[in-house]
Design a protein around this ligand. Structure first.
Ligand SMILES: *Cc1c(COP(=O)(O)O)cnc(C)c1O
Length: 446
């Protein structure tokens, strides 16, 4: 039986009945001191953010990044759409726009005991099959545009697909792009940057899966492997890139460009919800559960969502019990000044996309008054949801992508809410590995 320690003082089993109190809001269900000890003990924990702004709109006005910055990113993606469409035929239908469907998951919703449950399938984003196809690819395109203007390869109103010509690639090949990654960011940046002619160096942490490294090598990228965790891969990558003036380092821990690429999703979500006839207003709140690693992906998406829906949206970050870096940074107020090793955690998790020991300080500081809370999830629970999501909905996801599901159970009694589980990755996972995931999930059922 899975132990379901969702809320302070409640240590109950996951029998699906009454495990979580009615509405977590408005009630004091936790104490920050205890959250810390729950994190240390790797209990599944919910932390509600007392510091959330009472008026998100005015909070957003104080932020260094603006709505106009997100709109600028969206316009840049539109300029690149003809290039994307030509380089990646799978984007033909969407006209070169990298976007994912929002689908209703009624049967999974029933398992989680809530109505109006949706999944945002970033797992099927074209090109690299994860949420990183938003930020990672966007930053490569932004950097490419900067170089291309400087080298006179294109003009802002011209045809960007000219960047796929041999002449352009020859010029681009003087330049390098480097990144540190647990896997998916490297995959997104590597595939895109190699296509445009860059030399690509991906610094991979020990969590990164073998098939991701192989895929990158097959695209012509250089993969450097590290025995240690993600933050070492990032700092090594940063250090090596600094020595080469033609090498651009994509900094997952601090990049505003990545963040804005992710944020575009939050603006587009508005239209998607309208198309499905899902109301979001003061009597129909929207709850969104986002798997969180270093924070850029979920932070950026949530930032865009807050711009779209303001006080009517509630975003939560979901993390593995072994690597709850954002929850830790938020509940202590220390943000990136504390890491999971400081409280004795190993950072090892099957959710490789979330295997991060220290959260982004940049993201933590932007989001600390905008998110509703964070919660942690055991690996076994992610596997359990993985098998169930496949069995009930026929959707194949990687373990990281399931972290958000628990949020629906936690918030299931909020009246008239729509819930979105942000399913962050999975379609690139090779079949045999996916089968192992599903098998593991089945055997972890009670
Ligand atoms: C990277 C990743 C995340 C989290 O994004 P961060 O920017 O690291 O917080 C979530 N899910 C998957 C599948 C990922 O690859």
């Amino acid at each position: 039986m899975l132990i379901f320690r969702a809320v302070h003082g409640y240590n109950v089993t996951n029998d699906g009945k009454g495990a979580v109190p009615a509405n977590c809001f408005g009630t004091k269900l936790y104490m920050n001191g205890n959250v810390l000890s729950d994190l240390e003990n790797m209990h599944e924990t919910l932390w509600i953010n007392d510091d959330k702004a009472k008026n998100c709109e005015s909070e957003l006005k104080h932020c260094e990044l603006r709505l106009s910055d997100i709109a600028d990113a969206e316009e840049r993606l539109l300029r690149f759409a003809p290039l994307i469409k030509r380089a990646f035929p799978e984007t033909e239908k969407s006209g070169g726009i990298i976007e994912s469907p929002l689908v209703k998951v009624e049967r999974l919703g029933a398992l989680l005991e809530a109505d109006n449950v949706y999944m945002k399938l970033d797992s099927s984003l074209p090109i690299s099959g994860s949420i990183k196809a938003r930020g990672g690819i966007y930053e490569v395109l932004k950097h490419t545009e900067d170089i291309a203007f400087r080298e006179g390869l294109i003009t802002k109103n011209g045809d960007y697909s000219e960047l796929l010509s041999e002449k352009s690639k020859r010029i681009i090949s003087k330049y390098s792009i480097a990144v540190g990654s647990t896997g998916n960011l490297g995959l997104s940046i590597g595939i895109m940057a190699a296509k445009l002619g860059f030399n690509v160096i991906v610094h991979m942490s020990s969590d990164a899966r073998e098939w991701k490294k192989e895929k990158l090598r097959s695209c012509g990228c250089t993969v450097r492997e590290y025995e240690s965790d993600y933050s070492v891969a990032v700092s090594e990558g940063r250090r090596q890139a600094e020595k080469d003036p033609l090498c651009y380092f994509i900094d997952d821990e601090n990049s505003k460009t990545l963040f804005l690429g992710y944020a575009v999703a939050g603006l587009r979500l508005k239209k998607q919800l309208e198309n499905l006839g899902i109301a979001v207003d003061s009597s129909h709140p929207l709850y969104v559960y986002l798997p969180c690693g270093v924070g850029g992906g979920p932070g950026g998406v949530a930032f865009g969502i807050m711009h779209s829906f303001s006080d009517n949206a509630h975003c939560f970050f979901a993390e593995p019990t072994h690597a709850p870096c954002m929850t830790l940074g938020m509940c202590t107020g220390k943000q990136s000044e504390i890491c999971v090793a400081d409280i004795g955690l190993d950072g090892k998790t099957a959710a490789d996309g979330l295997a991060v020991g220290r959260a982004s300080g940049f993201v933590g500081n932007i989001m600390k008054r905008l998110i509703d809370g964070c919660f942690t999830v055991s690996d076994e629970r992610m596997y359990y949801y993985l098998a169930k999501t496949y069995e009930l909905e026929g959707i194949k996801l990687e373990p990281s992508a399931l972290a958000g599901c628990l949020g629906v159970s936690l918030m299931r009694n909020v009246k008239n809410a729509a819930h979105i589980i942000w399913a962050t990755g999975g379609s690139m996972v090779p079949d045999d590995i996916m089968e192992e995931y599903i098998e593991h999930g089945r055997s972890s059922l009670v």
